[in-house]
Write a protein that binds this ligand. Structure first.
Ligand code: ZN
Ligand code: ZN
Length: 142
């Protein structure tokens, strides 16, 4: 996601576009891996010491609601976030390096169709994330 588009995407969500919200969105986008709210807060605080923890937490939740970020689970009931395109997709989350990859839609589409047939259920959308180890983390462990 190009950084220049963040302010306009925030505005498109119909929210007041505060400087702090732009700051949080840009910090998340530049991280390129999933971060907990606390980790993102600490990152931002190193350059913007006056930002409040609650501001960062709230801005993250709003980005998820507006389709600009995705939320993942981490061990210990912690949520992690990554900047994300609004269009529909699924993720591979590396639990070691916290990088996040998109799953190819042509892999997921047949699975959703099969679920629909098997259970006679019309699937409108699915939230489907996969957790594990990416290729470079597996190589490092070998
Ligand atoms: Zn994504
Ligand atoms: Zn990894």
């Amino acid at each position: 996601m190009p950084a220049a588009s963040i302010p306009s995407r925030l505005a498109a969500g119909g929210r007041r576009r505060t400087q702090q919200r732009v700051l949080v969105a840009e910090a998340l986008a530049s991280a390129r891996r999933a971060l907990s709210a606390q980790e993102l807060y600490e990152r931002i605080r190193s350059t913007h010491p006056t930002i409040g923890r609650a501001t960062v937490y709230r801005a993250l939740e709003q980005q998820v609601e507006d389709g600009m970020a995705s939320r993942f689970e981490r061990e210990g009931h912690v949520s992690a976030y990554i900047a994300c395109d609004a269009e529909h997709h699924h993720h591979l989350v590396c639990t070691s390096c916290q990088r996040v990859f998109d799953v190819a839609e042509d892999v997921v589409a047949p699975m959703l169709a099969a679920v629909g047939r098997r259970h006679d259920f019309q699937v409108d959308h699915a939230a489907l994330d996969f957790y594990g180890l990416c290729e470079s983390c597996r190589r490092r462990r070998r």
